[in-house]
Design a protein around this ligand. Structure first.
Ligand code: IPE
Ligand code: IPE
Ligand code: MG
Length: 262
């Protein structure tokens, strides 16, 4: 049966996977899903449009996906919106993206708040404009007591940069005399990462057909499951998320141990 379902070609209007998910054993679903929202530019090019149109369409996909994450009762959703390497793009594209983030927050924050979403941000936020930093801070503070999905947006985020900042913070403590290097272990290092308040990443989804991490959550994905799709991010639907979650539910996670006896 699974083969038959997973072998089906994509049907835009289908909610096959969403319906199947309703009957699933919830303990088999991920707590924390992280998404590399890729393929906006290719989506636009394929339609003869400019890349920025792809980013605008990508915001719609993000809204859909956040709603779906709430519907599926995920504990945490982390999305990769802008990497530390994305500054290499033409200034016009970078400026467009920054403006889009700002508009997104301005337009969506009230609804997110009313839907009990707790929004947070990871990455080197002090590298963003003061105005955007203020919006980020306001959004975070406004929703900090919400108890629904923990929605984390990675902006100016790089896994290597995050590790460097974590190591710097430990080194500061060593220098100040409050930390013995021998007491540094993975738990302590983890407590200095941007994701310290989040459950471990269970599932990484990447759209658009590229099969790489691109510096996303390099520490946190040590034992994550991966799910790739050729669908470009602007075309990603609730049902695609359901499909990924169903696939995850069939995986046998061993964490270096042995299979549970079936
Ligand atoms: C992802 O889409 C969005 C960002 C990286 C900001 P891309 O802009 O990378 O689109 P492609 O990969 O060039 O198609
Ligand atoms: C990763 O996508 C970053 C985001 C989705 C924000 P990229 O498009 O920047 O990744 P590469 O350059 O193809 O590896
Ligand atoms: Mg890309």
């Amino acid at each position: 049966m699974w083969k038959k379902i997973f072998g089906n070609t994509k049907d835009e209007n289908s909610n096959t996977y969403t319906s199947l998910l309703e009957n699933i054993d919830r303990t088999r679903l991920p707590r924390h899903v992280a998404i590399i929202m890729d393929g906006n530019g290719r989506w636009a090019n394929g339609k003869g449009m400019v890349r920025s149109a792809g980013h605008t369409a990508g915001v719609k996909a993000l809204k859909r996906t956040l709603k779906a994450a709430s519907d599926f009762h995920l504990e945490a959703l982390t999305v990769y919106a802008f990497s530390t390497e994305n500054w290499k793009r033409p200034t016009a594209e970078v400026d467009f993206l920054m403006k889009l983030f700002s508009e997104y927050l301005e337009k969506e924050i009230a609804e997110m708040d009313s839907e009990n979403v707790r929004i947070d941000f990871i990455g080197r936020l002090d590298g963003l404009s003061p105005a955007l930093q203020k919006q980020i801070d306001d959004a975070r503070r406004r929703t900090v007591n919400n108890t629904g999905v923990k929605f984390n947006v990675a902006v100016n985020y790089g896994g290597q940069d995050e590790m460097v900042r974590a190591v710097q913070s430990l080194a500061q403590d060593v220098k100040a005399g409050s930390l013995d290097p021998e007491n540094i272990d993975s738990k302590l290092l983890e407590s200095r990462l941007d994701t310290k308040d989040l459950p471990p990443v269970d599932l990484v989804i990447r759209t658009s057909g590229d099969i790489r991490l691109s510096n996303f959550l390099i520490w946190q994905t040590a034992y994550a499951e991966f799910w790739f799709t050729d669908t470009n991010w602007p075309d990603f639907t609730k049902d695609d998320l359901a499909k990924a979650l169903l696939d995850f539910s069939q995986r046998d996670r061993r964490f270096g141990g042995l299979n549970k006896k079936k």
